[in-house]
Write a protein that binds this ligand. Structure first.
Ligand SMILES: [Zn+2]
Length: 147
């Protein structure tokens, strides 16, 4: 629900607006940011107005919003909840994994390579581990905080 997301962002720093429902989010305040998505990879990123390092590599806008909120809480000296800490860590691991390249196992003679897959390709191995960690953490969280 877009409106509640903007309200939540405005409780951190007032002045958020969005280009269209589900689209780019922007806040021109000094502590604001731009939360947007790349055309090529469809990954969401956060560009801070105060010049701190850009956060990138999020699958969804919600993930990018959470990363911005976590960064602001940290900057404001707030204590992070376990869930926020875990999400921030997972986001950092995803960014690190995006620096890796898939390792080819074979090619079809036309120059197209097939990835060697999890267990051999470092990127696939790391991505798998992150995905499994995320599922496990969500299951534990649901067990502690049933909906
Ligand atoms: Zn791979």
């Amino acid at each position: 629900m877009t409106t509640s997301e903007i309200q939540a962002l405005n409780t951190i720093v007032d002045g958020w607006s969005e280009s269209r429902p589900g689209g780019l989010l922007c806040n021109p305040a000094p502590q604001g940011a731009i939360i947007d998505c790349t055309f090529i990879t469809n990954e969401w990123f956060v560009v801070f107005n105060d010049g701190r390092e850009t956060l990138q590599g999020y699958d969804t806008r919600d993930d990018a919003i959470e990363a911005y909120a976590a960064a602001m809480r940290l900057a404001q000296g707030g204590k992070m909840t376990d869930a926020t800490l875990v999400n921030t860590t997972l986001a950092a691991l995803r960014m690190a994994s995006n620096e890796l390249y898939h390792r080819a196992s074979s090619h079809d003679g036309d120059g197209r390579y097939t990835c060697a897959g999890s267990g051999i390709c470092p990127k696939c191995t790391v991505d798998d581990a992150i995905a499994k960690a995320e599922i496990s953490i969500k299951e534990q969280n649901n067990a502690v905080h049933p909906e």
